[in-house]
Design a protein around this ligand. Structure first.
Ligand code: FAD
Length: 382
């Protein structure tokens, strides 16, 4: 953890951070290796997280949330990442899906879904990516056709985080394929006993082993028209574009926490590891590598803190959020690689956290919009 408290963390947030850290250390971290082996978390952790107030902390109290704001989501995201607690994706559940419902949902939709998400009764996922369309979201083929008071949904989604356990899935689908971006809508599916909804494999990933990343299939799946997010067709692409900057900040925040943890762990390791009769840390190469890593992490924190101040003022632009995601995920991979090297053979052993940080870091450059797409967004802002 950075010794310096970021300016956006006030006393209340610091108390929330402390409580989150203690809960995660006691109730989440001890299960991570077992969850990695079974490739998904225990369903009960979601209820425990809800009871501890760590789900939907930014949602208004009237909808069962913590009454906070995006900084509360940011704190949870960083504390999970710092603890290497990757099983339940709270980012997707609380910081992404809940915000879609709060911002675009009707009053009835908010009352129907948010309190149950805050308690952990519903686990949420968002399903955009398809086997043949990830970066190019306009190319999705999942189709929702209105028939009377229902939408009939057909299609397939892949790489869906929390997908194996999700009770509530925001599905990005075409309601009018001829209308381009204006033909995309978000429909919300409650999956329990839903005919036509089918889960595929939990995908076998190189990292983030305990996180259930799944395939989902919809075969003539009928959803009531009340499940169209916001009640108006064709708003989906616009809704996605508005929310994505905030989602990219979450990735930047998590990777920042990881790079700081990597430097801390490596500092401790190299101080106790003896080579050629002296601590590994005393070699100039070690000191220089760690100095470079700490410098990069410090620069990353300064930029992320500046972005957070902008988020909280409602001023963060899409291109700057893209810079934060691009910079932090790239820098995280560089730092974690150097830190693993300084662990020698032990760095390659799964029992050392640095090995998990290494495999987990890589996806940061891919998901949430790949870093090539981030560069496009930055270039568009020039
Ligand atoms: C662990 C994990 C969890 C995920 N969770 C979710 C989730 O919860 N929900 C969800 O909907 N999706 C999720 N995804 C999907 C993720 O968002 C996509 O993988 C990502 O957007 C990239 O899409 P793609 O895999 O189809 O790659 P492609 O779009 O096929 O891209 C392949 C390569 O081409 C490059 N490329 C593509 N277009 C351009 C361009 N215009 N210019 C330059 N280069 C380009 C890409 O950068 C990439 O390097 C997850 C993915 C992973 C791995």
């Amino acid at each position: 953890m950075s010794a310096v408290r970021s300016a956006w963390i006030d006393d209340d947030l610091a108390m929330f951070q402390d409580a989150a850290r203690r809960f995660i250390a006691a109730e989440v971290v001890p299960h991570e290796l077992r969850w990695a082996a079974q490739t998904h978390v225990d369903r009960s952790i979601w209820n425990a997280l809800g009871a501890a107030g760590l789900l939907c902390p930014a949602m208004p109290e009237e909808y069962g949330g913590g009454g906070g704001h995006f900084a509360h989501d940011a704190i949870v995201s960083m504390e999970m990442a710092r603890a290497l607690a990757i099983g339940p994706s709270l980012n997707v559940h609380s910081a992404i899906v809940a915000h879609y419902i709060l911002r675009y949902g009707s009053e009835a939709q908010k009352r129907r879904w948010l309190p149950r998400m805050a308690s952990g009764e519903l686990v949420a996922a968002i399903a955009m990516s398809e086997p043949a369309a990830g970066s190019d979201l306009k190319a999705i083929t999942t189709r929702a056709v209105r028939q009377g008071d229902r939408y009939i949904v057909n299609g397939a989604k892949t790489f869906i985080t929390n997908g194996h356990l999700a009770d509530l899935v925001c599905i990005v689908a075409k309601t009018d394929p001829a209308a381009g971006a204006r033909g995309v809508s978000i429909l919300v599916a409650e999956t329990a006993g839903l005919p036509g909804f089918r889960r595929g494999r939990i995908l076998d990933k190189i990292g983030l082993k305990g996180q259930d990343t799944s395939e989902l299939f919809f075969d003539d799946m009928a959803l009531p028209v009340e499940n169209l997010l916001g009640g108006e067709e064709g708003r989906g692409f616009f809704q996605l574009m508005q929310q994505l900057p905030q989602e990219r900040m979450l990735i930047a925040l998590g990777t920042l926490a990881t790079m700081e943890r990597a430097v801390e762990d490596t500092l401790a390791y190299t101080r106790q590891r003896q080579v050629f009769g002296q601590p590994l840390f005393d070699l100039q190469n070690t000191r220089f590598k760690l100095a470079e890593c700490r410098t990069k992490a410090t620069v990353a924190r300064a930029f992320v803190d500046d972005c957070m101040a902008k988020v909280l003022r409602g001023e963060l632009s899409g291109d700057v959020a893209a810079m934060a995601k691009l910079w932090c995920t790239q820098t995280n991979c560089e730092i974690v690689d150097e830190c693993l090297q300084l662990h020698g053979g032990y760095g390659y052993m799964t029992e050392y956290p640095i090995g998990r940080m290494y495999v987990n870091a890589r996806v940061g450059k891919i998901y949430g919009g790949s870093n090539e797409i981030m560069k496009e967004l930055v270039a568009r802002g020039m």
